[in-house]
Design a protein around this ligand. Sequence first.
Ligand code: PBG
Ligand code: ZN
Length: 328
Amino acid sequence: MKGYPDIRMRRLRQSRSIRRLFDAPLPGPEKFIWPLFVAEGSGKREAIDAMPGQYRLSPDTLCREVEASVKAGIGGVLLFGLTEEEKKDGSGTEACCSTGSVQQAVRVLKKEFPELTVMTDVCLCAYTSHGHCGPLTGSGDVDNDGALEQLARTALSHAEAGADCVAPSAMMDGQVQAIRSALDGEGFKDTLLMSYSTKFASSMYGPFRDAEQSAPGKGDRQGYQQSYRDKRQAVRESLLDENEGADILMVKPALMYLDIIKEIRERTELPLACYNVSGEYSMMIASAERGWGDLKAMVRESVAAMDRAGSDIIISYWAGRYNEIFTD
Ligand code: PBG
Ligand code: ZN
């Protein structure tokens, strides 16, 4: 057979020092965004059962929690708000409250770490009594246009608190445009908008819904989140948000959607984020705890995959454990 054994691939792999000449670097800390859960009150640091190593924090404890990661040089944080059960209502009114947990957390973080990029998740499911991402119509559907107003108010309240970037995740049609025009209308022309542009109806959000206490009471999110069996529509979702004025696009989850990341990467010049979701985080921990894999090695390999697929930034709970996982 021509070419064999004249071509010896193993020559390029014979030692660590030769291999590393050609190995692409893993993304540095500056490419990672750490999603964090912010609860009301003070002095709180509640372990999240389904996400070992992640906590529900009150605004005051948040600063201490992120200090080491900020020193490690992570690219930013993405805040998810929680509210008390009795403050939830049909339309998620509490989400835009200027004294809500996220709004307070943004203010303390920007004061403590002015250089840290602070992003906020903009959705209503943690604030609605029924757990859906928008108010319901009489027939029990999620009311798209009703959600837009509340989402825009919520994004505005985050920008007013000082958020650098707002990130709508409700998958309502027109949410990017609605939020962009609300921000511009109030003079927040420099507030970035990162759209959860292709967000799949995924079974990998389980641990997050435990953390956020935001599972829909009835039904599921397939009426607004993207079906993973329709690739063309998945790509359209992101391209549409580019047209509506998003600054950054996103694919979520990440590991089961590397093909989608690659496809969207090739069809836009916008920056592209991927969201390495809770189920992807917890499944590696569960596997490692059973002795079925080495945690550091599995996480590094998965991060290399997200990077190769074309993600510019990686939103991941591992950001909070950057030194543990990525330094030797
Ligand atoms: C809700 C929201 C979800 C996540 C981010 N924002 C869950 C959902 O859609 O049910 C998932 C994040 C994760 O699993 O890490 N708008
Ligand atoms: Zn939601």
